[in-house]
Design a protein. Structure first.
Length: 287
């Protein structure tokens, strides 16, 4: 089946969708994105993703080209058209295609934002075997720019980080700045010590994960103590457990950091429980 995608107001077969070579995202990474997961044909934490989209756009002074109802309707139409039961909806908004290359921003009156959405089919997304095995991570320096709170499409360093992890026989990388973990290449990072769940506080240094917000609320409701502060790799290696969170991985246990196994090297109880609670709650509130 050919995938149906959305480009600038039109639903099209993917091989007929076109974007200008002058698009600002293509030339300058001048665009933002969101990834929303789909379980049982429904959108997970959709509201949070739209709110963060709004914020990313406003930080870059790009006009939000669609209303909340329009965003929801496009997401639902794509899920339907592509028969997605479990998977992802990717959306991207760029500053548009001014028809030439120029560092200065084009006039928004004459250069409307570009809007692209597509789905990715991931049957059994929530039943990933990795959740039972756990992930191995390595640490690498965080050399990204200083506005990681804006979800831009500048993903070259996160891609390089994933490749460094792969070459090292690991699954992902945690980024370290000034001796402290910021986050994963495409996820937020946590450690567990006793009854405490520890994760870096929100700032421009990390992406404000939508999954992170839900996980912390649910952890507090489950009588865990949430501590928002940075931690080192050495502290993480000594922790009882570690895990990551993102829209596509949900909550995923980490069992090894830079070659050092955590505890018995198996996914921990708190991580497993948080994954379960998170998925239960998200299925209940999916739209
Ligand atoms: N990545 N930190 C970074 C750097 C991320 O790229 C992501 C998400 C997160 C987690 O955010 P959320 O819980 O809202 O997904 C944290 C997405 C999934 C991606 O790039 O595919």
């Amino acid at each position: 089946m050919t995938r149906t995608v959305y480009v600038n107001g039109e639903f099209l077969p993917e091989d007929q969708a076109k974007i200008s070579i002058f698009d600002r995202a293509f030339l300058m990474s001048d665009g933002v994105y969101e990834v929303t997961s789909v379980l049982d044909g429904k959108l997970i934490a959709f509201d949070g993703h739209l709110k963060r989209l709004e914020r990313s756009l406003s930080e870059l002074e790009i006009r939000n080209p669609l209303t909340e109802d329009e965003w929801l309707s496009i997401h639902r139409q794509l899920v339907e058209a592509n028969g997605i039961t479990d998977g992802l909806v990717y959306l991207q908004v760029t500053r548009g295609a001014p028809g030439d290359r120029d560092f200065a921003w084009p006039d928004p009156e004459t250069c409307p934002p570009t809007v692209v959405l597509f789905t990715q089919n991931k049957p059994g997304l929530a039943e990933s075997p990795a959740a039972k095995i756990g992930m191995k991570v390595i640490s690498i320096p965080d050399i990204r720019w200083g506005r990681r709170d804006i979800k831009t499409v500048q993903l070259l360093y996160p891609s390089m980080g994933k490749m460094m992890a792969k070459k090292a026989g690991a699954d992902d990388a945690w980024l370290v700045e000034d001796g402290l973990v910021t986050e994963g290449t495409s996820n937020n990072a946590y450690i567990v010590k006793g009854n405490q769940i520890i994760t870096r506080q929100l700032s421009n240094d990390i992406l404000h994960g939508i999954t992170r917000a839900a996980v912390l609320t649910l952890a507090r409701e489950a009588q865990m103590e949430v501590v928002e502060r940075p931690f080192t790799i050495a502290e993480a290696q000594q922790a009882d457990e570690a895990f990551i969170s993102s829209a596509s991985a949900f909550v995923m246990p980490v069992v090894e950091i830079d070659g050092a196994a955590l505890g018995d090297g198996k996914p921990g109880k708190v991580s497993a429980r948080m994954r379960e609670i998170y998925l239960d709650e998200m299925r209940k509130t999916a739209i």
